[in-house]
Design a protein around this ligand. Structure first.
Ligand code: ATP
Ligand code: MG
Length: 563
C-alpha cells in the first residue's frame, strides 16, 4: 500500500544534496550528523531525524556522525548517552568511528570566544538575567544596549578569563555577542555565548565552570566536523542567521543548514521535557515503559526497528508542520509483524471447556504451522486433551445471529484441531456466571484430514488446560485519551490527561511452545494481536508478554474509505 506519492520521487532535502553534488559545492562530499542532547531518551521524532541523516549518508556514499550536544551539564547524564547509542544501533545505524561530543570542542570554543572579543564582537555583561530579558525588547519593540556593551577589548578579555577562573557566581557575568539590539530577529540581539555554571560535566568533570550556550556550540561543532548538510527542525530557521554570523566572524568552514518539519503524532507527546515529567511523576514505569513513544519503550513493546524505519520513509520529509496519525505507525508495525512473527495460541481470559466424548487420559500432539505468510517458518505441535480453555468472549449464552463463535447447540472449529459442539452450560450456583462448557467433538473433523472441509462459521483459538502455562499479559492502549496532548490549552496538566486504562494486566495462559521464548521475541497470538516477550522481566517460569498491537488495522480502513 502506498500512503504518499513521495515514495518513489526524491524529497526536497535529497534535491538540495543532489544539486550540491552536481555543482561540487562540498567537493562532492555528503557528511551529515545526528546531534542529540543527552538529556533524555530518544523518541520516535528522533527516529525521523536519525533515518534522514544516516539515510542520506548511505544513499549518497557519505558519512554520518553521532554527536552528543552536551553543553548543559545540569540536565545531562551518562545514562542518557548510553541509552541513545543503544537506540541508534537498534534502529540499524552505525556511526563507525565517528562518535563525537560537543564537549570535545570546549577548548576550541573558548578560543573562538576570545577571538570574537579581540575583534570587538563580544563583551562580558554584568546585567542580571532578568535585566538581560528586559533589555532584549519584544517582537514589536527594539531592545536597548547594555551599559557594558562598549567596554574595551582588554577589559573584556580580562573579565572573560576571570569568568573562566571561577571568580564570578552564576548569573553575575555572561559573555554576549555584539550584534544588533534592534534586529528584527531576536536571536541576533546580543545573544549570550557563555554562562557561569558551577556544575561538573559528565565528560569534562570540574575542568570548566563556564559553559558555551547551545547556539554558540552547535554550528561551530558542525563546522569543526566538516559537516556538509546540517539538517535540523524548523524552530532553528530563525537561528540560522546567528550561526552564519558566528561562522563568518570566525572565518571558518560553513556547512549548509537545512530545516525540515518535526514529526508530530496524535495521542502522544514528543518532548523530552514532558516525557521526563511522566517518568518523574511516575505516570509510567520509566523511559522504557511500553506506552512511551521512546525508542526503548517501542522496543520493549515489540515494535520492530524495520517497521519504524518504514514509517519514517512513508511520512516523508516536508517543510511545513503537520500531525501524523498514530494508526499509520501501528499499520507499519503490523505489516512487518505479519510477515515475520510466528503464530501461536494464548488464552487471556479463560473459560473451561470439557470435551465429554474425548478419553480422559488421551493427549494428541497436533501439528500447527508457525506462519502461513512464511513457508520457511516450519511447524510445531500442540497438545489436545479432554479439558481445554477457550476465550471467555468467544462464548455467548444467548448469541445474536451474526455471532459466529460458540453458543448452546452451536458448532465451531478449534484451530488446528476438531469441530466441537456446545451441549451444556455449567453455571456458578450463586452468581449465575458461566464457569464451564460441556462439549462434544467430532473425531472425523481433525484439521488436515479428509473431513476437515466440513464447514462451520467460526474458528477459535484454545489451549489444553493441563498443558497451558500461566502468563502475565499486559494490554496497552494510548497513553493519552486526548488527540493532542501536546497542546497545553487542551491539556494544561499532563498527569491528569494520562489515560487511566492505558495499561490492563491480565493473567492468562500460553501454549507450552512459548516456554522457549526469550525476552524480545515477537509472536502473533491468534485472533488476539501481536505480543512481545517483555525484555525486562520475561522468564520461562514467569512469562510476561506485552501487547504490541491489536490485529484491527484502523489505518488500512481509513485509507480504504478515502480511495
Ligand atoms: P525535544 O523537543 O524532545 O526535547 P530536541 O530537539 O530538544 O527534542 P535533541 O536531542 O536536540 O532534542 O534532538 C536531536 C535531533 O533530533 C535534532 O536534530 C532535532 O532536530 C531532532 N528531533 C527532535 N525531535 C524531533 C521530531 N519530533 N521530529 C524530527 N526530528 C526531531
Ligand atoms: Mg534540542
Amino acid at each position: 500500500m502506498h500512503t504518499d506519492d513521495s515514495e518513489s520521487s526524491t524529497n526536497f532535502i535529497q534535491n538540495i544534496v543532489e544539486e550540491d553534488l552536481k555543482t561540487k559545492k562540498f567537493e562532492g562530499r555528503v557528511h551529515t550528523r545526528f546531534p542529540p542532547e543527552p538529556n533524555g531518551y530518544l523518541h520516535i521524532g528522533h527516529a525521523k531525524s536519525i533515518c534522514l541523516n544516516f539515510g542520506l549518508a548511505s544513499q549518497y556514499s557519505g558519512k554520518c556522525n553521532l554527536r552528543f550536544d552536551d553543553t548543559n551539564p545540569s540536565k545531562e547524564e551518562e545514562e542518557y548517552v548510553k541509552a541513545i547509542m543503544e537506540d541508534v544501533r537498534w534502529l540499524g545505524f552505525d556511526w563507525e568511528d565517528r562518535l563525537h561530543y560537543s564537549s570535545e570542542y570546549f577548548d576550541q570554543l573558548y578560543e573562538y570566544a576570545v577571538r570574537l572579543i579581540e575583534k570587538g564582537k563580544a563583551y562580558v555583561d554584568a546585567l542580571s538575567p532578568e535585566q538581560i530579558r528586559e533589555y532584549r525588547g519584544t517582537l514589536t519593540e527594539p531592545g536597548q544596549n547594555s551599559p557594558h556593551r562598549d567596554s574595551s577589548v582588554e577589559e573584556n578579555l580580562d573579565l572573560f578569563a576571570r569568568m573562566r577562573a571561577g571568580e564570578f557566581a552564576e548569573g553575575e557575568r555572561v559573555l554576549r555577542a555584539k550584534i544588533d539590539m534592534a534586529s528584527g530577529n531576536l536571536n541576533l540581539r546580543d545573544p549570550v555565548l557563555y554562562r557561569v555554571l558551577k556544575v561538573a560535566h559528565h565528560r569534562t568533570g570540574d575542568k570548566w565552570c563556564i559553559y558555551p550556550m547551545y547556539d554558540f556550540t552547535h554550528g561551530q561543532s558542525d563546522s569543526l566536523e566538516q559537516i556538509t548538510h546540517s539538517i535540523c527542525t524548523l524552530e532553528f530557521e530563525d537561528h540560522r542567521p546567528l550561526y552564519d554570523w558566528f561562522l563568518k566572524e570566525l572565518d571558518i568552514y560553513c556547512p549548509q543548514q537545512i530545516e525540515f518539519a518535526r514529526l508530530n503524532l496524535n495521542y502522544t507527546i514528543l518532548s523530552k521535557r514532558k516525557l521526563l515529567q511522566l517518568v518523574q511523576e511516575k505516570h509510567v514505569s520509566g523511559w522504557n515503559d511500553p506506552r512511551m513513544p521512546t525508542l526503548s519503550g517501542m522496543r520493549r513493546r515489540g515494535y520492530p526497528p524495520e517497521a519504524i524505519r518504514d514509517f519514517c520513509e512513508r511520512i516523508g520529509v516536508a517543510k511545513s508542520n503537520s500531525t501524523v496519525d498514530f494508526a499509520l505507525l501501528e499499520h507499519c508495525v503490523r505489516e512487518d509483524l505479519n510477515k515475520t512473527s510466528p503464530r501461536v495460541m494464548a488464552v487471556i481470559r479463560p473459560l473451561k471447556v470439557v470435551i465429554e466424548n474425548y478419553p480422559e487420559d488421551q493427549v494428541e500432539e497436533l501439528t500447527a504451522e508457525n506462519n502461513p505468510e512464511d513457508p520457511g517458518a516450519g511447524s510445531r505441535t500442540i497438545p489436545f486433551s479432554r479439558v481445554l480453555y477457550i476465550e471467555r468472549d468467544d462464548f455467548m449464552e444467548d448469541p445474536p445471529k451474526k455471532f459466529f463463535r460458540l453458543g448452546p447447540d452451536r458448532e465451531v472449529r478449534l484451530k488446528h484441531a476438531y469441530i466441537i459442539k456446545c451441549e451444556r452450560v455449567v453455571k456458578d450456583e450463586k452468581t449465575g456466571e458461566v464457569v464451564e462448557l460441556r462439549c462434544t467433538y467430532d473425531p472425523d473433523t481433525k484439521s488436515g484430514s479428509s473431513m476437515e472441509g466440513r464447514k462451520v462459521k467460526g474458528t477459535l483459538h484454545w489451549l489444553s488446560a493441563a498443558h497451558a502455562q500461566p502468563a502475565e499479559v499486559r494490554l496497552y492502549n494510548h497513553l493519552f485519551l486526548k488527540e493532542n496532548p501536546a497542546d497545553e490549552k487542551e491539556c494544561p496538566d499532563l498527569g491528569s490527561s494520562v489515560n487511566p486504562d492505558s495499561l490492563e494486566i491480565v493473567r492468562g495462559f500460553i501454549e507450552p511452545f512459548l516456554k522457549g521464548a526469550v525476552g524480545g521475541d515477537r509472536f502473533q497470538f491468534l485472533r488476539l494481536g501481536y505480543f512481545c516477550a517483555d525484555n525486562e522481566s520475561f522468564t520461562p517460569e514467569a512469562p510476561v508478554f506485552n501487547r504490541t498491537v491489536t490485529l484491527r488495522d484502523t489505518w488500512a480502513k481509513i485509507v480504504k474509505k478515502s480511495t
